[in-house]
Design a protein around this ligand. Structure first.
Ligand SMILES: [Zn+2]
Length: 306
């Protein structure tokens, strides 16, 4: 029988779980809320993973999994197998790889959700469709916040889990950020910030950036200003990346990417206006959608088995 893998993608709001075959085809994808507010968040998580995994395996026709792929949010030390810190879920220096391996008596491939979603996009998604191997790329996930996965000369840049925090680097016009710093990109360029800033400026409460985009298309000048400022801020950060690590490709994912060319076309223009001799990156949409994390967990699980 073909080998199978048990996969988890743990975010601040929900846990996605699935089984996969040896090619990374996902089956039995489930999504449940992440248990929060428990006194021992790491134990509570592994407990929840064990329950989910046991149910998945019991209900599946695939072979018993050979390994587990586990991705978590926050600051992640992939080499040491540690969840270093998660503001949302509350653990500090939790040996999540070891704990999960003990719970399932299986090897566990462990990684960061955004980094591995980026790796999956390069392997299966946007990167794969570019035809040639992309060695220098950035995956930018723009949703409630902004996070990035960086690939330089063919390697994922992790830096003990501290690399890629692009959402918390200052941009012109940036505002005070809940992280404690001032001017962070995500205070102006995230989908969350677009909705929040439009609600404050217009007096009309909106639930998401999609409504701001609709208002802009309907001719609302406030919506246009907020949207333009977000794009300008994201373009600023991309231009900094062009000068520092010179990505050939920028893959845009997350909720805001659903705006498609309404986001990408002005973003490309704004980035171009900030570059001179720099290498201009291709700016393309992510292709794997919300399964990118699980596909990344598959890559980790395969690594752990080998
Ligand atoms: Zn910040």
């Amino acid at each position: 029988m073909n080998p199978s893998y048990l996969l988890f993608d743990v975010g601040g709001t929900d846990i996605k779980s699935a089984l996969s075959d040896n090619e990374g085809n996902l089956s039995d994808i489930r999504r449940v809320p992440t248990r929060r507010g428990t006194p021992n968040p790491a134990e509570a998580l592994v407990d929840q993973l064990h329950t989910l995994g046991t149910e998945l395996i019991a209900g599946s026709t695939l072979a018993t999994p050979e390994s587990v792929g586990l991705l978590v949010c926050g600051i992640v030390d992939e080499d040491k197998g540690l969840g270093v810190f998660s503001a949302n879920l509350g653990w500090r220096d939790a040996p999540l790889r070891h704990m999960t391996s003990e719970a399932f008596s299986l090897p566990v491939g462990f990684g960061h959700d955004v980094s591995m979603a980026g790796a999956a996009e390069l392997h299966f998604g946007a990167g794969a469709t570019l035809g040639s191997k992309v060695n220098n790329a950035v995956m930018l996930v723009i949703g409630t916040g902004i996070a990035a996965a960086l690939f330089v000369d063919g390697h994922a840049v992790s830096a003990g889990g501290y690399a890629g925090e692009l959402g918390h680097a200052a941009v012109p016009g940036g505002l005070k950020c809940p992280c404690g710093a001032h001017g962070c990109l995500e205070t102006i360029g995230s989908a969350g910030a677009i909705a929040k800033r439009y609600s404050a400026a217009s007096g009309t409460q909106v639930r998401g950036a999609r409504e701001v985009l609709e208002a802009m298309h309907a001719g609302d000048p406030v919506a246009k200003r907020i949207w333009d400022e977000a794009i300008e801020a994201i373009a600023f950060s991309i231009a900094q990346l062009c000068a520092s690590i010179a990505p050939e490709t920028i893959i845009i994912g997350g909720g805001l990417a659903q705006a498609g060319e309404a986001l990408l076309e002005p973003l490309r223009r704004s980035v171009r206006s900030k570059l001179s001799y720099h290498r201009e990156p291709l700016i393309v949409p992510a292709q794997l959608g919300e399964d990118a994390g699980l596909r990344g967990a598959f890559l980790k699980a395969q690594e752990a088995r080998a």
